[in-house]
Design a protein around this ligand. Structure first.
Ligand code: AMP
Length: 278
């Protein structure tokens, strides 16, 4: 695997790949890699000649400095994993390679950045689009792969690609879960043994809502789900919303594609999860 830490060296290398007519699949991550990330790489490998994975803990998307500081960084283990799965290229820049400390970014995404995650993490999606835009410019991939795990992020990035007419195809990959249902996440490392048990209420409730979706009213499912999660010890619910899968506005009985999304603090760790209902 080739490892690059500078934009220039990566771009020079990728120019040769492009010149040879090869396609590039791109998987941006913040590292602390798990099987969820690897499933994105696997899907990218099936559809492209060369795979670039980036590992960059992006400061501009953290609205809480403590969260940024505490974010797991496991670059050596990550590099080994990427080598094991035959990833072709790792881009692992320092912060000053990506930001010159004197720049302004604002993308008008409308409501999309104020709903759900946007309400609880103001500015988060400005930071996400800022870094993904930079990475897309550097890597210039044919296709970029993102997880359904961050459902709203996928919607936000799709919006950016549309607004800025970027020549990249986006693919959403299914959520990888532990055997007991917990969605894999780099943040799971912070869960205590007790937290880990309590965290199961999130996926259990999502599955329960999916099972009952066709036979119950949305409002009653939503309030029952919120009560189930709030009743779990050590779990502080931020939102449980059944939303329209494309706009992320609250769903109603005529919504064609609905998704249930949840965010909660489990102990000190904030987790998100979702399930596609229809
Ligand atoms: P992160 O490193 O958390 O920024 O995630 C990098 C990419 O991996 C994002 O597109 C995530 O949506 C995706 N991802 C994270 N967790 C999972 C998971 N459990 N299953 C599938 N994709 C995931």
């Amino acid at each position: 695997m080739k490892i690059f830490t500078t934009k220039q060296a990566l771009q020079q290398y990728l120019a040769q790949i492009k010149a040879a007519g090869k396609t590039i699949g791109f998987v941006p991550t913040m590292g602390a890699l798990h099987l969820g990330h690897l499933s994105l790489i696997e899907q990218a490998q099936q559809q492209n000649d060369v795979i670039v994975c980036s590992i960059f803990v992006n400061p501009s998307q953290f609205n809480d400095p403590k969260d940024l500081e505490k974010y797991p960084r496991t670059i050596e283990a990550d590099t080994r994993l990427l080598e094991q799965v035959n990833c072709d290229v790792l881009f692992n820049p320092e912060v000053n390679e990506m930001y010159d400390g004197n720049e302004h970014w604002h993308l008008n995404m409308g409501e999309l950045e104020r709903l759900l995650e946007g309400k609880f993490r103001p500015g988060h999606y400005q930071g996400v689009t800022q870094i993904v835009y930079k990475l897309f410019n550097i890597v210039n991939p044919d296709t970029a792969y993102f997880g359904q795990k961050d459902y709203q992020q996928f919607a936000v990035i799709s919006k950016m690609v549309e607004l800025m007419q970027l020549p990249v195809k986006l693919v959403m990959c299914a959520i990888k879960r532990e055997d007991d249902g917990l969605a894999m996440s780099s943040r799971n490392i912070h869960l205590t043994a007790d937290d880990r048990l309590h965290a199961l209420i999130l996926s259990k409730t999502l599955y329960w809502v999916k099972e009952n979706f066709s036979s119950h009213q949305i409002a009653s499912l939503q309030s029952e789900a919120a009560s189930l999660i709030s009743a779990e010890p050590g779990v502080e619910l931020e939102y449980f919303e059944i939303a329209d899968g494309s706009t992320l506005h609250p769903a109603n009985e005529s919504t064609k594609s609905a998704v249930a999304l949840v965010a909660a603090k489990v102990g000190k760790t904030r987790l998100i999860d979702n399930i596609i209902l229809s």
